[in-house]
Ligand binder design. Structure first.
Ligand code: AN0
Ligand code: CP
Length: 326
């Protein structure tokens, strides 16, 4: 594996889930694989889980780790080619990337969508430049349009907690005061479509996700109908993806006060089949989900976050094995 962006990069999901199960039983089972190999994690945006879980995964595999917070101490980076660099950006990504690549064996990138230029974001411009110019395998730690380490951890969690062979999984939009990327719902949809689950997406009109990620999933605008019989409710806010409303790409469409009926509370859960609650975190309580539901016995947010270490260990293991020609 030289790049990890989409579900197709991991191959057969059954095999990947079995590998995850074995890693969880003994997370140090490949502790010699990463000896004298260095992971560089590059953050253009904040992180708690990704930062810690990916670093822990690398340590599980015996790797060394370097972390670069681009906005805390590095030179400000220009990302677009052809500009006259007379502003506050001292260095271009086109030099910075091969330099970074020269100090490490594997690179993880966190680079959120700018949410202003849909074409730039959906082309995965920053990530693809790392793939092209670093000379090293690259994986997404949430890029402009995807967050595959999260979706893989979510799938592992569903596999662990499902009580029927083919559970109903509902991805629901929920209100938030600020514009957020579509990466988490995009990847969740892509991975759920590839998994053996009954998958439904619900959101207010205008928040239609990109068809490349929605695939054959059922979209139900009535949140109550979508929740009926659900075994897992996965809540997330996202800004306008610009599919049905191109001019509103990256915007919050309505004042959140008017959208609080979408907040997942105990009544919402009463419409389901005693559903488990999921969210990738960080979550704004009593916007996305009430205290009662997130603290309740059916909430999976903590085991879900813990599984980020497992998904990252599997992905780094695959990258190292490919590098070693195994
Ligand atoms: C980010 C997002 O919604 O994409 C990261 C989630 C893992 N969330 C925030 O910026 C609050
Ligand atoms: N879920 C997730 O990726 O969290 P962080 O943004 O804290 O890394």
């Amino acid at each position: 594996m030289k790049s990890f962006l989409n579900v197709s990069d991991i191959g057969d999901l059954g095999v990947a889930l079995e590998e995850a199960r074995r890693i969880k039983e003994d997370r140090f089972s490949h502790a010699a694989l990463g000896r004298n190999k260095t992971l560089l994690m590059v953050f253009f945006n904040n992180s708690l889980r990704t930062r810690l879980s990916t670093q822990k995964a690398a340590l599980n595999l015996g790797m060394n780790v370097i972390v670069l917070d681009v906005n805390a101490g590095a030179w400000k980076l220009e990302t677009e080619r052809g500009v006259i660099m007379d502003g506050d950006r001292s260095e271009h990504l086109l030099e910075a990337i091969p330099v970074m690549g020269s100090y490490c064996d594997v690179i993880g990138i966190r680079s959120f969508a700018g949410l202003t230029d849909r074409g730039y974001d959906y082309a995965e411009t920053v990530y693809r430049q790392f793939v092209k110019y670093s000379g090293k395998p690259v994986f997404a730690m949430e890029t402009a349009t995807v967050h595959p380490l999260q979706a893989f951890a979510d799938l592992i969690t569903i596999e662990e907690y499902k009580e029927k062979p083919r559970p109903k999984v509902v991805l629901t939009w929920a209100p938030h005061p600020k514009a957020l990327p579509q990466a988490v719902p995009n990847s969740f949809a892509q991975w759920m479509n590839a998994a053996d689950v009954d998958f439904v997406i619900t959101h207010p009109e205008g928040y239609e996700l990109d068809p490349a990620f929605v695939g054959d999933a059922r979209v139900e605008y009535d949140q109550r109908k979508a929740f009926e019989g659900a075994d897992f409710v996965y809540a997330k806010n996202w800004s306008c993806p610009g599919v049905t409303r191109p001019d509103d790409y990256g915007k919050v469409l309505d004042d959140y006060h008017a959208m609080m009926g979408w907040t997942v509370d105990a009544e919402h859960i009463s419409w389901t089949d005693n559903a488990r609650f999921m969210h990738c975190l960080p979550v704004r309580r009593n916007m996305i989900v009430t205290d009662e539901v997130i603290e309740g016995p059916r909430s999976l947010v903590i085991p879900e976050a813990a599984n980020r270490e497992i998904s990252a260990t599997v992905v780094l293991k695959r990258i190292l094995q490919a590098q070693a020609g195994r």
